[in-house]
Write a protein of this length. Structure first.
Length: 468
C-alpha cells in the first residue's frame, strides 16, 4: 500500500535514515525540520500520515500535533509521534495532544510500517466519506459547516480479559472517566454481549484462557456491523511484535501491560473521538443525500451523482498522483430476461446485481446505475492489476449467482460484459473517461460478451475508424 508520508524532525540525520526506510517500502516521502514547516506542509501537500518527532526547538511535537488537530484542514491526518521519550506521562501527553500513536525509539521497523498501513487504511475510508460530502456540497445539500473531531463523551465499553482482577481494575479506571463498562472473561461471552447490547469500543486481551485475542478480533472484522468498531488490543511488553498481525487484522490501538490508568483513559477517549467523527460524517452525508441522487430501484447512486462524483474523484486523483479505475458493466441480453420472465423478475435481477457489486467492493468505492441495465463503479487508488482482478471477480460472481425467476424455485442465468479504464498519470475529463470505458464495454460485447476488456488506444482508433 503506497502513501504520502510527512517526516518531521529537526535532525537531518534522522530525516535521512527514516526517509531511506520509507522509500525502500515504496512510500512517497516529504520532510520538514520544524513544527512551523510541518504545519505548512500538512496544508499544502496533504500527506496521508505524519511521523512527528517530539523534541524540537521553538515548537515541540506536542504543540505541533495540537495545532494540526485544531485545524479543520489537517485534523483528519493521522499523526504518529516517534521519540526517545519513554515515560508513560509522555505517551499520555502525546495522545491527549491528538496523536494516533506514540512510539519510543528505537522503533521496530516492522511494527512502524504495520502501524502506518493501518492508519492510512482508516484515513482513506474517512477521506472517501469526506469526498462524498464534498460532492453533495456541490449540490448545496449539506447541513451546517462541518464539525470537529472533538466528541469524547463517555461511551459503552466491553472488556474481554480472562484475569478477573485485571478486568475489575480496567472497569474501575474507565468508570471513573464516566464510561459504562461490561467485563467478560471468554470470547464466547463477549460475542454474546455484543449481540445483546450496543458498544462503542472493545478492549481485548491478546491471551485468553480458551482462545486467542487476535482470532477474536479477526472474527469481529468478518461481521458487517462490527467492521468499524474500535478495538484496543492488550499485550505484554515482549509481545509488541504481535501488533504487526494485529494491525493487519483490523486492531485500532493497543495497551501494554502494566496498564496505566491515564493512558487507557487517553487511548479510549482518542478512539471514541475518531469513531464519532466517522459516524457523524456518514450520518450527515446520508441525511443530506437527497433521493434525487439515488436510483429508486437498486439504491445505488444515479447518473447525476455519478457525473459529479467522477469529476471530484478525478481531481483528487490528479492532486494525489494516485491511480483511479472505472468499470462499466452491462447485463448481457437483458431484454430477453424481461421478455421471458417478466419485468418484475428483471427488476429483481437489477437489484441483486447491485447487491453483488456492493458486497464485492471496498467501503470507499462508488457504485452507480448509469441507466437501464448499465452500471458504473469508481475505484480510487486502484491500479490496473487490482482493477482487472476486481472486474473479473465481479463477472464470475454474477455468472454464478442464482437470480430469482418468476416462479418459485426458478433461477435465471445472467452474465455481464465489463469495460475497464485506468487513469494513472494522464489528465482526462470525466466525460472522456466515460467514453473511453464505454468503448471497452462495446468491445467486450463484440467479442462475445461475458468478459472483461480494458480500454486502450487501439480500441479508440477502431472506434473512430468505425465512425468514419
Amino acid at each position: 500500500m503506497t502513501a504520502r508520508v510527512l517526516i518531521v524532525d529537526d535532525l537531518a540525520t534522522n530525516l535521512k535514515v527514516l526517509e531511506a526506510k520509507l522509500i525502500a517500502e515504496y512510500y512517497t516521502v516529504m520532510m520538514a525540520e520544524c513544527g512551523a514547516d510541518a504545519l505548512a506542509c500538512a496544508v499544502s501537500d496533504s500527506p496521508d500520515i505524519i511521523l512527528l518527532d517530539v523534541m524540537m526547538p521553538e515548537m515541540d511535537g506536542f504543540e505541533t500535533c495540537r495545532r494540526l488537530k485544531a485545524n479543520p484542514e489537517t485534523a483528519h491526518i493521522p499523526v504518529v509521534m516517534i521519540t526517545a521519550l519513554s515515560g508513560t506521562d509522555d505517551r499520555v501527553k502525546g495522545i491527549e495532544a491528538g496523536a494516533d500513536d506514540f512510539l519510543t525509539k528505537p522503533v521496530n521497523d516492522l511494527t512502524l510500517f504495520a502501524r502506518v498501513r493501518s492508519l492510512v487504511r482508516m484515513k482513506r475510508a474517512m477521506d472517501e466519506w469526506r469526498l462524498r460530502e464534498e460532492t453533495c456540497d456541490r449540490f448545496g445539500m449539506m447541513d451546517g459547516d462541518g464539525f470537529a473531531i472533538d466528541d469524547a463523551s463517555p461511551g459503552n465499553v466491553l472488556v474481554l480479559e480472562p484475569d478477573v482482577y485485571v478486568g475489575e481494575r480496567l472497569q474501575d479506571m474507565l468508570s471513573s472517566d464516566g464510561h459504562s463498562v461490561v467485563c467478560k472473561e471468554t470470547a464466547a461471552d463477549a460475542v454474546e454481549s455484543l449481540d445483546g447490547a450496543a458498544f462503542d469500543i472493545i478492549l481485548a486481551s491478546r491471551h485468553l484462557d480458551e482462545d486467542d485475542g487476535l482470532r477474536f478480533c479477526s472474527h469481529l472484522r468478518t461481521i458487517e456491523k462490527y467492521r468499524t468498531l474500535p478495538i484496543l488490543l492488550i499485550i505484554d511488553e515482549e509481545e509488541v511484535s504481535d501488533l504487526v498481525k494485529g494491525f493487519e487484522l483490523g486492531v485500532n490501538d493497543y495497551l501494554i501491560r502494566p496498564i496505566d490508568a491515564n493512558e487507557v483513559k487517553a487511548r479510549v477517549r482518542s478512539q471514541l473521538k475518531q469513531k464519532r467523527y466517522r459516524e457523524r460524517l456518514r450520518e450527515n452525508y446520508q441525511r443530506s443525500l437527497s433521493m434525487a441522487l439515488t436510483d429508486d430501484l437498486t439504491g445505488l447512486y444515479n447518473h447525476r451523482y455519478l457525473c459529479a462524483h467522477l469529476d471530484t474523484a478525478l481531481a483528487d486523483a490528479v492532486n494525489s498522483g494516485k491511480p483511479l479505475s472505472i468499470l462499466m458493466l452491462d447485463i448481457d441480453f437483458f431484454k430477453k430476461v424481461n421478455d421471458t420472465y417478466g419485468h418484475a423478475a428483471g427488476d429483481r435481477v437489477l437489484k441483486e446485481i447491485a447487491n453483488c457489486m456492493v458486497l464485492n467492493l471496498r467501503e470507499f468505492d462508488t457504485a452507480a446505475r448509469l441507466g437501464g441495465e448499465e452500471f458504473v463503479i469508481i475505484m480510487p487508488e486502484c491500479s490496473r492489476q487490482v482493477s482487472l482482478k476486481v472486474a473479473e471477480r465481479l463477472r464470475s460472481v454474477i455468472e454464478g449467482y442464482p437470480f430469482t425467476g418468476a416462479q418459485e424455485g426458478e433461477h435465471i442465468s445472467v452474465t455481464v460484459s465489463i469495460g475497464l479504464s485506468v487513469v494513472e498519470k494522464d489528465s482526462i475529463t470525466g466525460e472522456a473517461l466515460m467514453a473511453r470505458t464505454d468503448q471497452a464495454l462495446y468491445a467486450a460485447k463484440r467479442a462475445g460478451r461475458n468478459q472483461v476488456v480494458e480500454s486502450s488506444d487501439d480500441l479508440e482508433m477502431t472506434s473512430n475508424a468505425a465512425r468514419g
